[in-house]
Design a protein around this ligand. Structure first.
Ligand code: 16G
Ligand code: ZN
Length: 545
């Protein structure tokens, strides 16, 4: 069985109950040594069980710099199987080394985890720029290597999506270094640029420079490295981690999306320019433009609008494919889009009006990702800017076969170009998890393809005014929801009361849900004006209190 010689060095914090939520474990960094060590153990076991490479990422995303966190990337590069989450909780909360070893042995037996030494566990470790990351990475390394024969590879400072991408690539037997990641993104970006119809001027509004807010984190550093390999796009990065600002402090995608104001380092001098903002670990992306003569107010182009842009472009390529008869063995690809209840009602209306299949899931990437994977092409986005495009293996196989035919001599019809574009999108966009860097490149190339400015893009539809509030309650688990968090089933009577309030407002919509990352109940409301959205949110918040 298992030997844990280092476990006594890390004892869990007293009186803190940790739970592996939508974002893994997250807490003040000083509380996390023992948890991260135990997640290292879990990752090694997961690697043995799946006979694959597993990832451990140390980050607390958009949280303040003193927090940190840890989460696991499964063999596909996606989130840890939900089936193992309760074991993660049990491990993190085990109070003694003895209890820890007992839990592990029981779980190894129950899950039939092979200790035959045929394939040793292998775990890739990454961290963001938080100062606590170094020590926590060491704790993770010790956790992994406490399992006999297990190998931990320190991949250093990375964005979260880079680590997920590497895990996925390793398990597919592909090249998986950071340089390989940069090369795949930059070459598929170049390829998409080259496929822009030549009659288009390539001098449209999207060709001016893009200014990016790096949240004072890892994303800005990596974007600068990536930009060196790019042609056809000029990027200015502000708020990069080496600029000295505080991580996520008045900067970053979460701040910009929630507050709807410019991040530090941006102001009226930037009015009208195309700007983007990454979050602290670069798995979220939003765009914005500074309103002229404003006090820092912005036009926000959020995840819903990125989803809409991707949907339009992909739908266009699919319909070119479907129109042309010269395509042999045409596969009618099923395209689906996935949102959460936070998606602005105007975006859902717009997508449905395009004739797209729109699905709703609960908040949290694992739910959206799972749903999107049911389609040949599944596009998912949370309004907060986390999302990606998933291609089924069947469909990429079909596209690849088409592109091979093309390279073996045929002329390059419109339909073939559409197939090549889709194939390039499947390589540019991170198939493991939402990735601000790959998402940004896809936005940029689509804007150039369409010859659109950020304003033209933002005008696809107009967001309904909305308001988010949070309510501190004694026990947030008392609020239980159903139907992708759109209705409350407990406490009894609450949903009826919400319905009654909502009915008073034209275009009113409101829902409440317990947060997965904070000890609060969140309230969302939208209505036809900002005043009425605010007022609806306030009345619903009172019902929860
Ligand atoms: C986590 C989730 C994010 C979700 C957010 C909601 C992942 C990787 N991240 O950050 O998708 O939007 O939690 O937070 O799943 P909340 O539950 O506090 O509202
Ligand atoms: Zn993040």
């Amino acid at each position: 069985s298992v030997i844990l010689n280092t476990s006594s060095r890390f004892s869990p914090p007293q009186g803190v109950k940790l739970s592996y939520g939508t974002a893994g474990f997250r807490a003040d960094a000083s509380l996390l040594q023992s948890t991260v060590y135990r997640v290292g153990i879990l990752a090694a076991l997961r690697s043995l069980k799946t006979k694959s490479v597993i990832g451990v990422m140390i980050t607390a995303s958009h949280n303040q710099v003193s927090d940190n966190g840890v989460k696991i990337a499964d063999p596909s590069g996606g989130m840890l199987s939900q089936h193992w989450e309760p074991f993660a909780d049990a491990l993190a909360n085990a109070t003694s080394p003895h209890q820890l070893v007992k839990l592990i042995n029981e779980f190894v037996e129950k899950e039939n985890i092979p200790f035959d030494g045929i394939r040793p566990a292998e775990v890739l470790l990454g961290r963001d720029t938080r100062p606590s990351g170094d020590d926590l990475l060491e704790a993770a390394r010790q956790g992994v290597t406490s399992i006999i024969g297990a190998v931990a590879l320190d991949m250093g400072i990375l964005t979260t999506p880079q680590l997920h991408w590497m895990v996925r690539a390793r398990n597919k037997g592909l090249k998986a270094s950071e340089q390989d990641y940069f090369e795949q993104l930059s070459s598929s970006f170049r390829y998409l640029l080259d496929l822009i119809p030549s009659e288009r001027s390539k001098l449209g509004g999207a060709n001016e420079k893009l200014v990016v807010d790096g949240a004072n984190g890892v994303g800005g550093v990596k974007l600068k490295a990536l930009e060196k390999l790019l042609s056809g796009l000029v990027i200015e990065v502000r708020n990069s981690s080496e600029d000295g600002g505080v991580l996520n402090d008045g900067v970053g995608a979460d701040y910009v999306q929630k507050e709807k104001v410019v991040p530090h380092g941006f102001g009226s001098k930037d009015a009208g320019i195309r700007c983007a903002s990454l979050d602290g670990d670069a798995d979220r992306l939003v765009y914005f433009s500074v309103q002229p003569e404003s006090n820092g107010t912005i036009d926000l182009v959020d995840g819903d609008k990125i989803l809409s842009l991707f949907s339009l472009f992909i739908r266009e390529q699919l319909s070119i494919l479907n129109e042309k008869e010269d395509i042999k063995n045409l596969h009618q690809a099923r395209l689906g889009v996935v949102q959460t209840a936070y998606a602005n009602g105007a975006s859902t209306g717009y997508l449905k009006q395009l004739g797209l299949e729109v699905e709703l899931t609960p908040t949290g990437v694992k739910y959206l990702h799972e749903k999107a994977a049911e389609f040949d092409i599944g596009i998912y986005f949370e309004a907060n800017g986390h999302g990606t495009v998933l291609f089924s293996e069947y469909f990429t196989g079909w596209l690849e076969a088409r592109s091979n035919e093309l390279s073996s001599g045929s002329k390059g019809s419109e339909a073939e170009k559409a197939a090549l574009r889709l194939l390039a999108v499947s390589k540019l966009i991170n198939q493991a998890v939402g990735d601000a860097l790959s998402g940004l490149l896809l936005v940029e190339v689509i804007l150039q393809h369409m010859e659109w400015s950020i304003h033209r893009w933002n005008d696809l539809y107009h967001d309904l005014p909305s308001r988010q509030l949070k309510v501190k309650v004694a026990d947030r688990t008392a609020v239980v929801t159903a139907n992708a968090e759109t209705v409350v089933v407990s406490p009894p009577g609450l949903q009826e009361a919400i319905n009654e309030e909502t009915a008073k407002y034209p275009h009113g919509r409101s829902f409440v849900r317990p947060s997965g990352t904070e000890d609060v109940v969140r309230v969302y409301a939208e209505a036809s004006t900002q005043e009425t959205a605010d007022s609806l949110a306030n009345s619903v918040a009172k019902l929860v209190d």
